[in-house]
Design a protein around this ligand. Structure first.
Ligand code: ADP
Length: 178
């Protein structure tokens, strides 16, 4: 499997190509959720299908969430301990997009820290159905995370899981340039 790794502020950042619903060995996977925290297409579909119906049940009282917000649940049948659900901005609709997207990463890592989570895997939030251009999204994701790294006490591994090879290349190049 192609993989790029870089250690910044003592924290390992990885970019891999793969399926966010198949990340054993990672404590928390992040869901590119919809506001209702229901099963959907893309990441939300893959996560809910693999987790089973118990995940939607646990999500029901936590919904709806707003763009930039994050909530945490158990992982049910996924090979992880937690799922952190983030609602990304719809590109061209929820503004300012870059702030709302950055808030997803900030709030997800805040929840990870509060729950003493060591490893987190993110998909490229908002870059599918929500239409955020991948280069801009990679910039926001990696710059936001880099700003937070010095403050992290529990999180030691942050992995980006990209579905497509070209998306992986964009994240890899962005990470290399940091
Ligand atoms: P959003 O609604 O936030 O745009 P999507 O789930 O539609 O979220 O897509 C977000 C990104 O995740 C897209 O780049 C898409 O190609 C990718 N993706 C889709 N399915 C998976 C999966 N199973 N694992 C990892 N990434 C995925």
């Amino acid at each position: 499997m192609f993989c790029m790794k870089k250690t910044l502020s003592g924290i390992k950042i990885e970019c891999v190509q793969g399926d966010i619903a198949s990340q054993p060995g990672i404590d928390a996977v992040v869901n590119a959720a919809n506001a209702q925290l229901r099963i959907g297409g893309g990441v939300a579909g893959a996560i809910h299908r693999a987790a089973g119906p118990g995940l939607e049940q646990e999500c029901r009282p936590l919904s709806p969430i707003r763009p930039g917000e994050a909530v945490i649940t158990g992982a049910h049948n996924l090979p992880n301990t937690y799922v952190i659900h983030c609602l990304g901005p719809v590109y061209g609709q929820d503004r300012p997009e870059s702030l709302l997207l950055a808030n997803c990463y900030r709030n997800a890592l805040k929840l990870a820290e509060e729950n003493e989570i060591r490893s987190v895997a993110f998909p490229a939030i908002s870059t599918g159905a929500f239409g955020y251009p991948i280069e801009d999204a990679a910039n926001v994701a990696l710059k936001t995370i880099t700003e937070i790294l010095p403050y992290l006490k529990n999180v030691a591994i942050i992995r980006f899981v990209l579905f497509g090879k070209s998306d992986l290349e964009v994240f890899r190049d962005t990470l290399e340039s940091l």
